[in-house]
Design a protein around this ligand. Structure first.
Ligand code: ZN
Length: 329
């Protein structure tokens, strides 16, 4: 089975480097997610439904003509990168590809993992930046620090709860409207997700878990706010999340009438360490600003045990001369 998967992965290396690099730029995001816009009306959502339907038809046809039709009809469509990648793939293998490919959101999931043949030591085989990059995440946060004067402002809004088990973590998708402001730059919260144990270390020590809040600015810059979770008391907000865990991998679960405010997972004091890093999952894209809050939140031992992934943290990466910043508080 493993050999089979491996062969399958190798066959997909070509297409996935394109697809994953272009489509899934944000750590833990499914390729279908994008930057939320403020304008989200019913008209937009019915347009999206039409596009989804068209895309499903194109995908089930699985031939070059169908993908070209999609590109023509939706030149700025949400699946444009996938459509182009599929066409590229067909240049070397013109057979219809529908049965050969997993669904979009699961595509990345089969190509890398945290252990074994597709573990972090091998990510670079398929995703070159993971190995060649010099500003990779996570890091061990240890002094000397450079004083940072950045000012953070977290403004998260309550919204309907949407959870996704993407095969690597539990991710909570967030509606447009929640922001992190760094000085005067506004970053929109897209999603947050968990790592066990924490990816970032403080003085060589891991916390039980870490939360990564993933944000994107209008011009495409990424900022991740990290909240360490130390073992302690039951966490009420996490209780709500765990009570609504999706049973199946790859499908977003929207429990009826459950609202959630991510602010419940942010400590009051926003003192931080900051550094420039990367997505800590393939394709390991660099240029991501990290702000790891000094103040941890608590999570109970039982709650840690209920998280469905025993290990989903990338090992510590070399600092390579990067300066770590720290706020005064
Ligand atoms: Zn993360």
């Amino acid at each position: 089975m493993k050999t089979c998967l491996r062969l399958f992965s190798v066959g997909l290396v070509f297409i996935t480097t394109i697809v994953v690099a272009q489509v899934s730029n944000v750590e833990g995001l499914t390729p279908l997610d994008g930057v939320p816009t403020k304008r989200q009306s019913n008209i937009e959502s019915s347009d999206n439904q039409r596009e989804d339907k068209f895309w499903e038809d194109v995908k089930s046809a699985g031939n070059k003509k169908a993908f070209e039709a999609y590109i023509k009809q939706y030149p700025n469509g949400r699946f444009i990168d996938l459509a182009k990648a599929y066409i590229e793939r067909m240049k070397s293998n013109p057979a219809p590809i529908t049965n050969a490919l997993p669904s979009n959101s699961l595509m990345a999931a089969v190509l890398w993992s945290y252990e074994g043949d597709n573990g972090p030591q091998h990510w670079g085989d398929t995703f070159p930046i993971c190995e060649a990059g010099e500003k990779q995440s996570p890091i061990n946060i240890v002094d000397p620090f450079e004083r940072s004067y950045d000012v953070l402002n977290v403004d998260y809004k309550v919204g309907p709860l949407k959870l996704l088990n993407n095969g690597h973590t539990i991710q909570v998708n967030v509606e447009a409207g929640s922001t992190l402001t760094i000085n005067h730059d506004i970053f929109h919260l897209l999603q947050f997700h968990f790592h066990r144990p924490s990816e970032e270390q403080i003085n060589g020590k891991n916390s039980a878990m870490i939360l990564h809040f993933v944000h994107k600015s209008q011009d495409g810059k990424l900022a991740i706010l990290g909240v360490l979770l130390n073992e302690g008391k039951d966490n009420g907000a996490i209780k709500t999340l765990w009570a609504n865990l999706p049973l199946r991998q790859g499908e977003e679960y929207r429990p009826e009438k459950v609202n959630f405010n991510p602010t419940a997972l942010i400590p009051k004091e926003l003192g931080f360490y900051n550094y420039e890093g990367s997505l800590s999952t393939p394709p390991c894209t660099e240029g991501v600003q990290f702000y790891i809050l000094k103040k941890p939140m608590e999570i109970s031992k039982d709650q840690v045990a209920k998280f469905p992934y025993k290990l989903n943290a990338r090992p510590i990466q070399s600092l390579n001369g990067r300066q770590i910043g720290a706020s005064s508080n």
